[in-house]
Design a protein around this ligand. Structure first.
Ligand code: FE2
Length: 132
């Protein structure tokens, strides 16, 4: 949350080291996501269409800032870039390419569900209390 009442909040008496700059950029990325959350929460809490539209537009702009800070972080800290890319790739592998055994197990489970449902399938007659 903003702490504008104290003019010394957020200032430092010296220049940051490279490592401190990297960590500051990480904090800035978090702050941008927090802003997105705040604006969306405020949008969701009002029925005023003008306010909803502006809050949503600003929330999307904050996501652009996330991208800008992330790009800067990657330039400053290649290890962060590498680790984030590893995470993206792990999810890509998990969700985009199913192993053959996993795919066939899913199909068998779906068939089992379907055949079990067939035995319990309702008809007009069963809804009327008549079998048929
Ligand atoms: Fe921002």
């Amino acid at each position: 949350m903003p702490e504008f009442t104290n003019p010394f909040i957020g200032t430092v008496p010296r220049q940051m080291t490279h490592e401190e700059l990297v960590r500051a950029i990480m904090l800035n990325i978090s702050a941008e996501f927090e802003a997105v959350h705040l604006y969306l929460a405020h949008r969701d809490a009002t029925t005023n269409e003008d306010a909803r539209k502006v809050l949503y537009d600003i929330a999307l702009e904050e996501l652009v800032h996330v991208g800008e800070f992330t790009s800067l972080l990657y330039r400053l800290d290649p290890v962060s870039a590498q680790k984030v890319e590893e995470g993206i790739e792990e999810v890509r592998e998990l969700l985009d390419s199913k192993a053959p055994a996993e795919a066939s197990a899913g199909a068998e489970a779906a068939e089992g569900t379907e055949s079990a449902d067939a035995g319990r399938r309702l008809t007009v007659g069963s809804l009327l209390g008549k079998e048929g």
